[in-house]
Design a protein around this ligand. Structure first.
Ligand code: ZN
Length: 609
């Protein structure tokens, strides 16, 4: 794909929020935040007295207000730094926000403990206040794990020790990955580079380069295998010990916390993985076709994030920003005119950042200002097809927040497993539209390649990670695992999910993957699989649900912050997530796309492998 530097998107307008870091409104918001925090610090003393309920209610109302003020300034600062990572005033503001955040956390911790440890009767009284009542789902959901609570003094001891315990082990990964150097063959010379630079080479179009990068990375991680296994043993060991300590009333399993955080049941998770496993040959077929596109018999670990191969040299014209917006709005509008209006409104207000600049941070995201509840989308737009799909994805996130704009604060945040519903949906709409208007096979190839790359990532790579992590916890219950044993578990997991389509397993993946070391959160993998299949399931239903679909879709999005995943599916999709049918229907909807890719390779004359 040719990228014309002439093409770029607009700069966004943030003035409706603040006009610079010295804006009097911004200063007065921080002033107000301070006043609230001081009031809460005084109220906290009453949480253990006879006025506990009314103190808790007052603090809860303060918490929402304070959260909005801090969130608003934080979002603004982050927006400024995204566009100019060296913005001096924003860097200073960002620094002072860190101490506000710390004080904010300390200030509202006693309320969290109160809500956790109060009796059912007290909670009923607490939720009776009309402004607090809106938090009912959050409060009740959080209290489902009450039986795990230790005494307050034990909890604070664990919390204190965890900084130099589990979190320090998690930190070790960051230190290793930022200081490790890899020796990698680039052209005719061996270059020494850091992990981030080497990871970038894994996305090179040349297979030779990707393989050299992967081998260099693997050797580098291999040299740290003892430290890596010590860290993973300590993290898993810590969590298993905590499960044991928390099992006084009933046994606590290591999957209880991550499924609870994703607001889904263990049964739903089990069903989801069973259906994925039963259908893995279809995703393996997609992987084999991707290997074929590169003229290879098998895929290799260094191909997993490879770009689409270039099979047709005819250049692709970059697309002007306005035209891209029109394509996205038209595609969104096929669901309902309101969705098209939303896209046009975002563009008209200049709420989309798409300029090209040397100090811009990489990546793309959507964000919402808590005070005005207005959205912004951040991206760097150069007119390529991937840029359009990225915009469609982020506008989906923004649409999700937009439809929730009138809900109470406590009902507008949703877990990771449902966070990608609207973004994946928007992306799918626009991908379909781009495929329809593609004039060359290469354009089509680029689009379906990306789609299959994420498909195989979700359906094979994520379960591989899950299987390894689960195996590690089970084995760690007996004793710490040696690096050799970690490698064997990792190999087994690759083999199970990829079968014969992978030329060799990435046996150091346990050491190199950040997600296994996140000390605040375990199993940072299955929510991706859930999110992918759930949102693809919603998209697949669009075709069969007819004219009432849009209203149901919006209602579903609105409930993502106040229901469990199972309840949402039951209410809005007539589906039972604990049973295989919904998941199987969704998986079946991928087959035509894999077939289309195969037909495209035939059309392009790529020999079968
Ligand atoms: Zn996203």
């Amino acid at each position: 794909m040719t990228v014309d530097v002439e093409i770029s998107g607009p700069s966004w307008d943030l003035q409706s929020e603040y006009n610079g870091c010295e804006d009097p409104q911004l200063r007065s918001d921080l002033q107000e935040l301070e006043t609230i925090l001081t009031a809460v610090e005084a109220l906290n003393a009453n949480l253990s007295g006879p006025d506990a309920i009314s103190a808790a209610q007052k603090i809860a109302i303060h918490a929402e207000h304070a959260g909005n003020l801090l969130g608003n300034v934080y979002t603004y600062t982050n927006c400024l730094l995204s566009v100019d990572s060296q913005n001096d005033a924003a860097l200073k503001l960002d620094g002072s926000l860190q101490s506000y955040s710390k004080r904010f956390g300390d200030c509202f911790e006693p309320l969290a403990q109160f809500v956790d440890s109060a009796s059912d009767e007290q909670i009923e009284q607490y939720l009776a206040h009309p402004q607090v009542q809106t938090q009912a789902f959050q409060v009740h959901h959080g209290r489902k794990r009450r039986h795990e609570n230790l005494s307050l003094s034990q909890e604070s001891l664990v919390n204190g020790l965890s900084q130099d315990g589990i979190h320090a082990w998690g930190q070790l990964y960051n230190q290793l990955s930022s200081s490790l150097s890899c020796a990698i063959q680039v052209g005719n010379e061996t270059q020494t580079m850091g992990v981030a630079a080497a990871n970038k080479l894994l996305m090179d179009v040349s297979e030779h380069q990707r393989e050299a990068a992967w081998r260099g990375l693997t050797d580098a991680w291999q040299s740290q295998e003892q430290s890596c296994s010590a860290a993973l043993n300590a993290i898993a060991g810590w969590r298993l010990e905590m499960c044991k300590q928390r099992s006084r009333e009933k046994p606590v399993h290591f999957l209880d916390a991550p499924t609870h955080a994703s607001r889904l049941t263990r049964q739903t998770l089990a069903t989801l993985l069973d259906v994925s496993e039963e259908n893995k040959t279809e995703s393996q077929r997609a992987t084999a076709l991707m290997a074929r596109a590169y003229g290879k018999e098998k895929f290799a670990p260094w191909d997993l994030v490879a770009p689409a191969p270039v099979l047709d040299a005819s250049p692709t014209e970059p697309m002007a920003f306005d035209k891209a917006i029109k394509i996205i709005a038209d595609a969104y509008g096929e669901v309902d005119g309101e969705m098209a209006d939303f896209v046009h409104m975002m563009a008209r207000n200049n709420w989309i950042e798409g300029s090209v600049g040397p100090r811009k941070r990489p990546g793309a995201y959507a964000t919402t200002f808590p005070k005005s509840r207005a959205q912004r989308v951040y991206s760097t737009y150069t007119g390529g097809q991937l840029d359009i799909v990225t915009l469609a994805h982020e506008l989906g996130h923004a649409f999700h927040s937009h439809v929730m704009r009138d809900l109470p604060d406590s009902q507008r945040s949703y877990g990771m497993s449902l966070a990608e519903t609207a973004s994946t949906f928007g992306e799918a709409l626009v991908r379909d539209a781009l495929l329809e208007r593609s004039t060359s096979p290469q354009q089509k190839l680029n689009i379906i390649w990306e789609e299959l790359r994420s498909h195989t990532g979700f359906m094979l790579n994520i379960p591989t990670r899950f299987e390894f992590e689960k195996g590690l916890y089970e084995a760690r219950q007996e004793r710490p695992q040696q690096p050799q044993e970690m490698k064997a578990m990792m190999r087994q997991a690759w083999q199970n999910w990829y079968g014969d389509v992978l030329a060799e397993p990435d046996e150091m993946f346990w050491a190199s993957k950040l997600h296994f070391y996140i000390s605040g959160l375990s199993f940072y993998n299955f929510p991706y699989l859930f999110g992918y299949l759930f949102s693809s399931g919603v998209y697949a239903r669009r075709q069969i649900s007819g004219p009432g679909f849009y209203d149901r879709y919006v209602a579903l999005l609105c409930d993502t912050g106040r229901m469990t995943a199972e309840d949402i599916a039951r209410q809005h999709l007539d589906a039972d997530l604990e049973q295989p049918e919904f998941w199987q229907d969704t998986v079946d909807s991928f087959t035509p796309r894999i077939d289309a890719f195969e037909a495209l390779l035939d059309e392009l004359g790529v020999a079968a492998n």
